[in-house]
Write a protein that binds this ligand. Structure first.
Ligand SMILES: Cc1ncc(COP(=O)(O)O)c(C=O)c1O
Length: 401
């Protein structure tokens, strides 16, 4: 039994999974194929090489697992660390919380710094922890670049400079699930050892691929890391790469063709233009929130996220009701508040293959829902603020100039 679809398109504004472009849907609409044929390496090599461009790395080795972001986390940890190795990490929302949970269940010794939900990683705290670690017991610093639950983006360049200033040898492992391919991300420049993402976010693919890039230092660490690993073992991949870029087990060829098409779309637009577009959409959303008289869950402008905005609602309103009403009445999907911020925030995802007018439609929907649930918003106020800004900031479409 399924819900009948509503009329028109579902306005999918959860912060992943996101809309899949027609070009990607068409590229995936194909039969299964012989993945041991000589045709496969042509596709494999091209996607393994080109995903590195969205991580901005030329030195890392890429792995594409048939998994989700959670599997990519596990791959990053188990390939580089041994049981009881010390990890320093920060819990600032539901996704960093779940990563911590995974680290603990994998038997690492996890030093968790709790951060207010709505704040980002404080470089001074990182500095203090690293300076106190005379014996270099911390083997990895794990950071979620963009905490999707609260709309907080951490400043990775700053965190890297702290690690360098402390001359600490810990690996830097970064969750880029809701950032890579949408936000400024520079794996090589920021000397990130393992960076990872999932296909259903900025790449605008269906869920099902976990993409991991490992620096030479991370690959070196994997040679001595003793964590038990099977499905996510980089070694199995490396062996098959040597045999001509095949896969250790059956690849999802449809998703790989989809990935090829998704990368082509990003490169046609230009990665830096894609990042700019996200910055515009994020800014426009924040202007709308301000015009509605509501507050962003993100506590300081330095942490605002250009892929997701978590909006705080007044105490007498349950944000879950907003999300439910949006879906039931306007066929608009917004993100729920999760865990500590359940009922307190709703989230507007603005990432992936998305343009200005689509966003304005969603913002109009949010205004109507806010009014429906009794919040005294002036209809059109957020849309006016966002559209005035978008009108002057949106460039001509590159392919139509
Ligand atoms: C920042 C972040 N990390 C990890 C995950 C987990 O990814 P998945 O649900 O694909 O396993 C998510 C999911 O939304 C996320 O937003």
């Amino acid at each position: 039994m399924e819900y009948q679809p509503g009329p028109g398109r579902n306005q999918l504004f959860v912060p992943g999974p996101v809309n899949v472009p027609e070009e990607v849907l068409r590229a995936m609409n194909r039969n299964n194929e012989d993945y041991r044929s000589p045709a496969m390496p042509i596709l494999s090599k091209s996607v393994l090489e080109d995903v590195k461009r969205i991580f901005k790395t030329t030195t890392a080795t890429s792995f594409i697992f048939p998994t989700t972001g959670t599997g990519a986390w596990e791959s990053a940890l188990t390939n580089t660390l041994s049981p009881r190795d010390k990890i320093l990490t920060f819990r600032l929302g539901q996704f960093s919380l779940l990563w911590v949970d995974q680290m603990q269940r994998l038997n690492f010794d996890v030093d968790v710094v709790d951060v207010d939900w709505g704040a980002g990683v404080d470089p001074a705290v990182l500095r203090g922890k690293l300076q106190a670690d005379y014996n270099h017991e911390i083997k990895a610093v794990c950071v979620v670049h963009n905490e999707t639950a609260t709309g907080v983006t951490n400043d990775l360049a700053e965190l890297r400079s702290v690690i360098d200033a402390c001359r600490h040898p810990a690996l830097l492992l970064v969750d880029g699930v809701s950032s890579i391919g949408a936000l400024d991300f520079r794996m090589d420049e920021w000397k990130i050892d393992v960076a990872l993402t999932g296909s259903q976010k900025a790449l605008s693919l269906p869920t099902g691929l976990g993409i991991v890039c490992a620096s030479p230092k991370a690959l070196e660490a994997s040679k001595t890391a003793k964590s038990l690993r099977v499905f996510f073992d980089w070694n199995d991949y490396l062996r098959f790469y040597k045999m001509g870029t095949y896969w250790p087990y059956t690849p999802s060829s449809q998703l790989l063709y989809g990935l090829r098409a998704a990368l082509d779309l990003i490169f046609q637009e230009g990665l830096d233009n894609v990042i700019e577009r996200h910055s515009r959409l994020g800014h426009a959303t924040r202007l709308a929130v301000e015009a509605w008289g509501l507050k962003n869950c993100t506590q300081h402008p330095k942490w605002v996220s250009n892929t997701v905005t978590a909006v705080l609602v007044p105490a007498h309103i349950d944000s879950t009701q907003i999300v439910r009403q949006a879906w039931k009445k306007y066929n608009l999907s917004l993100g729920l508040g999760l865990n500590k911020v359940a009922g307190k925030v709703f989230r507007i995802g603005h990432l992936g293959h998305l343009n200005e007018l689509q966003l304005l439609g969603a913002l109009a929907g949010v205004e109507m829902v806010l009014k429906d649930v009794g919040y005294p918003v002036k209809l059109g106020s957020g849309v006016a603020a966002a559209s005035a800004y978008l009108m002057q900031s949106t460039p001509l479409i590159k392919s139509r100039m």
